[in-house]
Ligand binder design. Structure first.
Ligand SMILES: Nc1ncnc2c1ncn2[C@@H]1O[C@H](COP(=O)(O)OP(=O)(O)OP(=O)(O)O)[C@@H](O)[C@H]1O
Length: 260
């Protein structure tokens, strides 16, 4: 359903990127088990845009997302959401930032089985002691086509419907940025395409900012921009790409891996 233009996602400053990394490095382990997962990555995620992160397995996609979302600490450099530098925050401040400013969509839905769809959607607000803005809630629920399923529990919903609940939950608090980690990885292609459509719509119609890790070139091509990672570094990016363009870049990685 098309969105009402009058209902936009407020609560964010208009200037500057929604999130940015500068010289961001992440090193796991030490000595023989030392792994440089991110090697001085600098990247900006513009507000109101849909960005996909792609790259071969082990290239650092999840690590970048976790560092940017405040789910993991950085070894060097900076990760910011808006103007807030994450490494300067206490655990409590980080928890609050994630709760108030970040929406998450995971591959495996992460819904609470005993709660209804509606209760799952509003849980983050309830935990924050906030009441949902009913008009916004209705807009989000209608966007993901869940109006008739709000009293169902996750087990009574298909995978695609469960992921719609997860998308609505991510959007309902009007986060500054939504991080989606392989959101279509557990879905058939039709449900996956629907979920991507909702993420797209949340950007285009509701003004959200979405950053999505994916292995799927077709999914990545639904984004405004695709950033490519290899060996912990950003190697390339495409704007408004066609699926073939994304696929061709990924083939180059495969060819590089075979000859490298
Ligand atoms: N907790 C950890 N401890 C040690 N090494 C880790 C840890 N997490 C990730 N790594 C390593 O960091 C590198 C980047 O991992 P990451 O999960 O970010 O890659 P990815 O691109 O998301 O991979 P995939 O596409 O397979 O999910 C890999 O070499 C991985 O083995």
């Amino acid at each position: 359903m098309p969105m009402q233009a009058a209902v936009s996602a407020p609560g964010r400053s208009p200037a500057g990127p929604a999130a940015r990394a500068e010289g961001l490095s992440k090193i796991y382990g030490a000595g023989e088990t030392r792994v440089v997962a991110l090697d001085s990555v600098s990247v900006e995620f513009a507000r109101g845009r849909f960005t996909a992160i792609m790259g071969p397995s082990g290239s650092g996609k999840s690590t970048l997302m976790h560092c940017m979302a405040g789910l993991d600490t950085v070894s060097a450099g900076s990760a910011r959401i808006g103007e807030r530098e994450l490494s300067g925050l206490t655990d409590r401040q980080l928890t609050r930032l994630r709760r108030d400013s970040v929406g998450f969509v995971f591959q495996s839905f992460h819904l609470l089985p005993t709660l209804t769809a509606l209760e799952n959607i509003t849980l983050p607000l309830a935990l924050a002691g906030r009441r949902p803005d009913e008009r916004w809630l209705e807009t989000v629920v209608a966007t993901v086509g869940l109006s008739a399923r709000l009293r169902h529990r996750p087990a009574q919903l298909s995978g695609g419907q469960q992921q719609r609940v997860a998308v609505a939950r991510a959007l309902v608090s009007r986060p500054e940025i939504v991080f989606a980690d392989e959101p279509t990885g557990n879905l058939d292609s039709r449900s996956g395409s629907e979920i991507l459509g909702f993420l797209r719509e949340s950007v285009r119609e509701l003004g959200h900012t979405v950053v999505m890790v994916t292995h799927d070139p077709v999914a990545a091509a639904r984004a405004d921009r695709v950033v490519f990672l290899a060996d912990g570094r950003i190697t390339d990016e495409l704007h408004a790409p066609a699926p073939e363009d994304v696929l061709e870049r990924m083939r180059r990685f495969d060819a590089g891996a075979r000859t490298g």
